[in-house]
Design a protein around this ligand. Structure first.
Ligand SMILES: Nc1nc2c(ncn2[C@@H]2O[C@H](COP(=O)(O)OP(=O)(O)OP(=O)(O)O)[C@@H](O)[C@H]2O)c(=O)[nH]1
Ligand SMILES: [Mg+2]
Length: 358
């Protein structure tokens, strides 16, 4: 079994070893029942998880949305998905589907975005994407700061952005570097090598190494970020993941019969590329990272780091303005992207704050 493919990670709870040494207990307290309480609550509430796909036009983003929904993990397809040829995506739109397993509900939303990079001038092609991500933070913030607020704030914030790198086999293009630098400051980013079936195994590996080098030299901190590894087990697992990122993926929305089994794959003249077969591509690693091992961690980092950065900026901005009736009045969000601080200091500070609590 692949070391990365495993069930829920210890880091998913982000509850690392407490600093205060545990005191000796004289009798049975029953603390473990808290886990049952959490489970019952989670069963009632369910989970929300929001993914976004971003990348140049024609790299298979919309196909990947279908692949995610149709893959073995949940097998059911939202109505209208994956019928007929894939049209070009012209507008940002989201597909939501509630997946239920053993009584636990997961509301999975995948936001598809139009491809960029077709224009002669690709300046600011990241604006609509960053605008959308920040809009979701803003909506959450507006709900959160209400004096009388809902008991449960609907969460449309993007927990993970899958960035599609074109399979050039060379290295990251300047446009990808610029885009990624901006994205990583705002959201958790998992880069993938798109249409990986166009590369040989050797080309894939070399390309992966070059991309990793580019990410390092340009200080692009993709998920899972090293600075958020909480303990040694996080470090061990996440280092393995970091070593395999960007995953080389293939997308498909058609099923084919292989050895009597229905599999999701791409039929070519020389055979079928099975998207869930690890010998063919790493889609399974991506899916497992998103759902099986790091879902809660992605949500935690979104809330505690990215959203927190946004919140701090917005509240600071509003302090500069004359106070209206009730100081929670925020200035309208800037039309484009707010100036979220870089990943370095502000992010580290928030991180320190919430690790200090343990
Ligand atoms: N070879 C190969 N083709 C793929 C893969 N994924 C998608 N395609 C094909 O690539 C074409 C474009 O796929 P889309 O999913 O529409 O690409 P997109 O990134 O959404 O494109 P835009 O909407 O223009 O941004 C379709 O013909 C897909 O069948 C893949 O992994 N490998
Ligand atoms: Mg599309």
């Amino acid at each position: 079994m692949d070391p990365l493919r495993r069930s829920p990670s210890p880091c998913s709870s982000r509850a690392s070893s407490p600093r205060t040494p545990p005191c000796e207990m004289l009798g049975f307290v029953g603390i473990e029942a808290v886990l049952d309480q959490l489970k019952i609550k989670a069963m009632k509430m369910g989970f929300e998880f929001n993914i976004m796909v971003v990348g140049q036009s024609g790299l298979g983003k919309s196909t990947m949305v279908n692949t995610l929904f149709k893959s073995k993990m949940w097998k059911s397809t939202p109505p209208g998905l994956g019928q007929g040829p894939m049209p070009q995506t012209l507008q940002l739109h989201s597909v939501t589907h509630v997946i239920e397993e053993k009584g636990l509900k997961l509301k999975l939303t995948v936001t598809d975005t139009p491809g960029f990079g077709d224009q002669i001038n690709n300046d600011k092609c990241w604006d609509p994407i960053l605008g959308y991500i920040n809009e979701q933070y803003e909506q959450y913030l507006q709900e959160e700061i209400l004096i009388t607020r809902q008991r449960y704030i609907p969460d449309t914030r993007v927990h993970c952005c899958i960035y599609f790198v074109p399979p050039t086999g060379h290295c990251l293009r300047p446009l990808d570097i610029e885009f990624l630098q901006r994205l990583c400051r705002t959201v958790n980013v998992v880069p993938v090598i798109a249409r990986a079936d166009s590369l040989t195994i050797e080309e894939r590996e070399n390309f992966r190494r070059r991309i990793q080098h580019n990410l390092k030299t340009h200080c692009i901190d993709v998920y899972p970020q090293k600075c958020f590894d909480e303990d040694i087990s996080d470090k061990i697992l996440n280092s393995k993941i970091r070593d395999r990122i960007p995953f080389a993926v293939v997308g498909a929305d058609r099923e084919h019969l292989v050895n009597g089994k229905c599999v999701l794959g791409r039929k070519t003249k020389w055979g079928i590329i099975e998207v869930e077969n690890m010998a063919h591509c790493e889609f399974a690693l991506l899916r497992d990272l998103l759902i099986r091992s790091h879902l809660q961690d992605l949500k935690d980092i979104t809330h505690n780091v990215h959203y927190e950065n946004y919140r701090v900026c917005r509240l600071n901005e509003s302090h500069m303005l004359p106070r209206g009736p009730g100081w929670v009045n925020l200035a309208p969000a800037p039309p484009s992207v707010p100036t979220t601080p870089g990943p370095s200091k502000a992010r580290q500070k928030v991180h320190n704050n919430f690790t200090e609590e343990w």
